[in-house]
Structures are given as C-alpha cells and as structure tokens.
Design a protein around this ligand. Sequence first.
Ligand code: DAH
Length: 344
Amino acid sequence: MSDPIGEIRRQALDALQIIAEEKALASWRSQYLGRRGAIGALFGTIGGLPSEDRSAFGQRVNALQAELSEAFEAREALIQSQLLARDLEEGEIDISLPAYPRRGGGLHPSTRTHREFQTIWADMGFQVYQSRDVELDEFNFTLLNLPPHHPARDMQDTFYTKDPRVLLRTHTSPGQIRAMRELGDGGTKPIRVILPGMCYRQEQVTARSEIQFTQVEGLAIGRNIRMSDLKGTIAEFAKRMYNPRAKVRYRASYFPFTEPSMEVDVECFLCGGKGCRVCKYTGWLEIAGSGMVHPDVLRNGGYDPSVWSGFAFGMGPERITMLKHGIQDIRYFWDNDLRFLQQF
Ligand code: DAH
C-alpha cells in the first residue's frame, strides 16, 4: 500500500540534506511547507479519506509538518553559520568595528524603594509575607472590623469584580488576617512580617493619586507587645531609611483595625524640618498609619486577645520614591514610558 506521508517525508529530508545556500533553502520551504506545498496538499486529501482514517492521518501530517519545520530551522542555522564563517574568512565582516551599544535593563524606581524597605525590615527581624491582590470583601473589610455599611468603607473607593464578594484589595491590611491564620498556627505562635504589594482604588487619577499604588504593611504579634514597641520600631526604621538623626512624631488617629491608632510623621528630610514646599512648610512628612491591632482583628486571625497583642503599620513607598528622585507626577510610575524608566 502506498504511504504518501512517508514518501514525502523521505523526499523532503533527502533534498534538505544537500542544500547549501539560502536561495535553495527558501524554495525547499515553499515546496514543502508553503501555502501550496506538499504538506498543504496532504491536508487537502483528508476530505477524501474514509472518516475513520481521517484523524490518524491528520495527526501524522501535523507531526510531519512539525518535523520538517524543525529540520528547516536547523539547516538554516547551519547554513548561516557557514556563510558567516566564510565572510569572516574573506574579510567581508570587519570585526574591529565598535559594537552597537547594548541597553541594560534597570530596576523600576518603586522596586528599588521596596528592596530598600525589605532590607531594613529584614534586618529588624521581619519576614516578607506575599499576600494576594485579588481579595475577598470579607478579608479586605469585614475581618478588619469594617462590617458592611460601616462608614469608614467610604474612605477607600473599591474596584469590585462581577462577584460582589471579590475585589481588588484597597490596602495591604487584609494580608494581616492571612498572615496570622497561616503563620500563627492557630494563634499559638508570635509573628513578625511585612506585607508589600500593589493596592487599587477607584479614584480620580491626578498627579498625586493613582488607581494603583503600592503599600508596605507591617505586623508583629506577641505576648507582650506594647505601644512603646511600635514607636521604637518605627523610629528605628525612620533612622535607617531616612537619616540617622531623623526625628519622628506620632499623632493620634483612627483606623477601624487598630486601637489605639496613630499616624507617624518624620522630620522633612529635604529641609531638615525648617519647612519647605514639599512638606508644605510644616517641617514634617507623613510616613505611616499604625496602631495596636484591634482585639477583634486578633480574634479573626485566630489569636486570643487576652493573651496576645500586636502592632501594625501601613506605609506608602511611592511618596518616598517621589521625594527621593524629585518625581513630580505619580502617573509616571505605571505608564511604562521608557523615557521615564531609563533614568533609573
Ligand atoms: N490600611 C490603611 C490604609 O490603607 C493603612 C494602615 C493604617 C495600615 C494603620 C495599618 C495600620 O496596618 O495599623 O489607609
């Protein structure tokens, strides 16, 4: 019985083996792999086969097509390397010409700040916990003491998915619950983590606010953690991040997931606290929201608040990156404009 597939395979591979230059190679390709080539013709015969043979035949033709394409590429590479060798030998390529400059990649300015943060926090004993961007409403709000219809939900305009239970996290705080549940071993182990990541809010995009931005959340849970630990830890971070003599100040504030809550300012590192445009002549820059983890939140993470306590904080690295590099407009961050990115 004739085997047209096997026959074409043999012919094609035999012919390919003796091809030594590019023109012949191109005509081989159109003869076998081209639109009107032999493989196409084989596919064309499928319709005339008994229906029970069609699928096996089609599979063999597919396999042959893949085999021939691969053989073609190998032959092409071989011929090109031979041509190159010949050109070099005959002096047609001047290898003393300067090469085209190669553009090196760089790290995104936000990535740089995140790495700096991570190094500092890691040195202070905090491990990185990677939580998720797509969250449940329950974790983003309810378990953080923001039940449905709680007015503080309005502080964060939210992107919901079609399923109203699923959203893009508006802050990194829901990772607190996940970290406690995953690392706390049923509320029996202390933890110390930072949770970096992208957050999303349905906001008007302006030079100062974007619909996406990053945060670095921090969480420490232990048996004897007190407000003074929080203050000392943040002050130490500020010294390492901004300047060894950085002064910090704490202002009472409100967050549903911490009690008490405070906001942390660092002395403006651009004017040294004298007052300038960047710090709006206050001499201070806000760097974090923070507080002692609310008993309800501890409970939701699996801890008994009569035994365990903890502190948490949330920081926004973009602000810092902008100040450090004099970036005037937050929209540059995620525009993917190479003119911006190549400066770093
Ligand atoms: N999640 C808050 C926000 O995005 C920031 C924050 C405040 C985080 C206080 C905390 C905290 O962990 O304790 O506005």
